[in-house]
Design a protein around this ligand. Sequence first.
Ligand SMILES: NC(=O)c1ccc[n+]([C@@H]2O[C@H](COP(=O)([O-])OP(=O)(O)OC[C@H]3O[C@@H](n4cnc5c(N)ncnc54)[C@H](O)[C@@H]3O)[C@@H](O)[C@H]2O)c1
Length: 423
Amino acid sequence: MSSSERVIGVIGSGTMGAGIAQAAAASGFIVKTMDTKPDLVEKAYTGIAARLDERVARGKLPKHDRDATMARLKVAGSPADFGHAECVIEAVTEDLSLKQSIFRELEKVVSPRTLLATNTSSLSIAKIAEGLERPERFLGMHFFNPAPVMKLVELVQGPQTGDQAIVDARAICARLEKTAVKVKDSPGFIGNRVNRPFYLESLRLLENGEADLQSIDAALRSSGGFKLGPFELMDLIGIDVNLTVTQTVWNDFGNPARFKPSAVQEKLVAAGHLGRKTNRGFYDYANSQPVPAYESQPRSTSGWKPDAALEAFAQVLEKPADRAMWIHARVLLAVINEAALAADTIALPRDVDLTMELGFNYPQGPMSFADHVGLDVVLELMKKFHAETGGDERYKPAALLEKLVSNGDLGEKTAQGFLHHWL
Ligand SMILES: NC(=O)c1ccc[n+]([C@@H]2O[C@H](COP(=O)([O-])OP(=O)(O)OC[C@H]3O[C@@H](n4cnc5c(N)ncnc54)[C@H](O)[C@@H]3O)[C@@H](O)[C@H]2O)c1
């Protein structure tokens, strides 16, 4: 191996480990992967070869690039093989004590300069770092699935993570052609936290009979511009997987009402209706066209009329202030409020938007969407929703939103809102 070669170590060769190994090898890194047994790594590499072969067959990847990528993938027999790695990324099962023991062992055998990263989705970086001698070289590098395709990495800064570790991780992400965002160690990081209301508010509208599930999905697609509605997405991801994320975020924040898991979701999971993987979730997939499988009793909306705040919101979006717009606004404003809380405490507003766009397929980040609508318009409607939901904390305007509006920083129209804009 020449001294100019850059080496990345990967621990765990499951879904994420294999994906990260593939992405790194395709970007020119020598990758050494370790699992509990070398056969597991070989099996993962066979899977990577099959994926690359398919791309070669479709004319998407030159054969010599496929061969060069495969030649960079090596098997590590023990942590000592990671001695010269510039970074080791851990992607083993989501288990705190397992991750802690892996990093404690690893630290003894790698260079003091080696960056140590965990791909955890939900564990605290501070807790994983407990007992490390060099916690300043340790951080979270949260890749998204499928790692070779998804462009986002959340860099999670624990209380002891050094700035140089973030700088080094950014350089690795640049080589991987990924966009890195920085977030302070906190439940759900940026994405899994800010995205919660997208599901939870939709579930509440369903549960309260304010709309049926097809109308909610259709509103988020047509009015909101999302590729899939919240119920279609939960069915795709797995309702159980989605519920686990909500429970973790809810518990780790100390059980605030705004993250409380929905009873509808809990009932479906208990009944084994987990979504597409069981052929039934919110929809039934037994036939070619999915049909709603969840019985709800939506109330009549015949006397419903938009109020002035919704009219103003819809006017900026140049769409009718109809019931679909009301559903879209209810869901999006809950997301914007959570995004504002996050932007005030754990991440830059720009990074919140990048996360939602690149990691969660939002058509537009919640911060720039709010700036486009106008923060005064958003705040007015937020207050209406707060009143009409009986003071629900999901719509209790975030301090940052209130402050920007009182300063006259209203978004695009004043060149400053959550983000800076050119006039
Ligand atoms: N799957 C996702 O969508 C996703 C997305 C982002 C982050 N994550 C996180 O990535 C991590 C891995 O998730 P996954 O979905 O790839 O899991 P997985 O179950 O597919 O793979 C885990 C791998 O770790 C290996 N492993 C277990 N103990 C080990 C040990 N002591 N040493 C070496 N290898 C060991 C297992 O054999 C397995 O191959 C978790 O922390 C998860 O939270 C997952």
